[in-house]
Design a protein around this ligand. Structure first.
Ligand code: 13P
Length: 287
């Protein structure tokens, strides 16, 4: 069932668990995540970056594929289709394409401009029934060519954005996209607690879920994080399983080159990764 993310995140905040956002890259990714959510009876958010949208032949293709797949696979758990780190223009494209949720990442604008653009999108999303995520304090690391410096968000700026009526807020707390470097100091729970105090009931979003130790994930959830984004970990699991299949020479045996066989171990590995994250985040059985 395609829904916006508001209800599932409000419930997660109240129930002290988090809903996973898993980024999709193609049909196999989408199918693996949807089937796992159904099997685990977990709500789920499918994240689509602008780069991934382009790769999959445009946001309309993605929206149609996801809607058709939900129907054909009889997915009854709540599913949100969410633009990840959207530009202002990208947000409007996804609204038109039929996404149920968008993230406007105005973190690189001066705060006044972030506020103005987010405010406009709050109104548009409210009219059209979409949920909206905003960001304050850019997330570190590199994603689709966008390089964030990994700042810690200013709690007062978080309040200014939260008060506009967004449904969820991503605040930088030292988290970064991709693998964490060995000298990473960890999440700033001080910042997270200060943001929570200023933003009250706002479900908070933790980006860069790959590689954050389990105890830090649990602590973040206890401090108000209700949505956790995972991308790289599924990619690593997929690549690892695919490499093993090829290194074992399985593509050369019989019809092992058939993409339905060649991509099967990687697809299973995505399912395993998603299953483990849903358990860690506490969203299993919460559909
Ligand atoms: P990772 O790739 O580090 O899991 O981050 C995902 C993310 O935050 C998407 O917005």
């Amino acid at each position: 069932m395609l829904v916006n993310a508001k209800d599932m995140l409000d419930k997660a905040r109240d129930g002290r668990y988090a809903v996973g956002q898993f980024n999709i890259n193609n049909l196999e990714w989408t199918k693996a995540i949807l089937l796992t959510a159904q099997e685990q009876q977990s709500p789920v958010i499918l994240g689509v970056s602008e780069g991934a949208g382009k790769y999959m032949a445009g946001f309309k293709t993605v929206a149609q594929m996801v809607k058709a797949m939900i129907e054909e696979l009889n997915i009854t758990v709540p599913v949100a289709l969410h633009l990840d780190h959207g530009t202002y223009e990208g947000c409007y494209k996804c609204i038109e394409a039929g996404f149920s949720s968008i993230m406007f990442d105005g973190s690189h604008y001066p705060i006044e401009e972030n506020v103005a653009k987010t405010k406009e999108l709050v109104e548009v999303c409210a009219q059209k029934g979409l949920s909206l995520e905003a960001e304050v304090g850019s997330i570190g690391g590199e994603e689709d060519g966008v390089i964030g410096m990994g700042e810690c968000a200013d709690p007062n700026e978080c309040k200014a954005i939260a008060d506009l009526g967004v449904d969820m807020l991503a605040a930088g707390i030292g988290n970064i996209h991709g693998k964490y470097p060995a000298n990473w100091p960890g999440l700033s729970f001080e910042t997270l607690a200060a943001v929570k105090e200023k933003t009250g009931d706002m479900p908070l979003v933790l980006h860069g879920g790959t590689g954050i130790p389990e105890d830090m994930i649990k602590k973040a959830i206890s401090l108000g994080v209700a949505k956790i984004n995972v991308n790289t970990e599924c990619q690593l699991a997929f690549a690892d399983a695919t490499r093993k299949y090829i290194e074992a020479g399985k593509d050369l045996a019989g019809k092992g080159f058939d993409p339905r066989k060649l991509l099967a171990p990687g697809t299973e590995a995505i399912k395993e990764t998603v299953r483990a994250k849903m358990e860690l985040f506490g969203s299993v059985g919460k559909a």
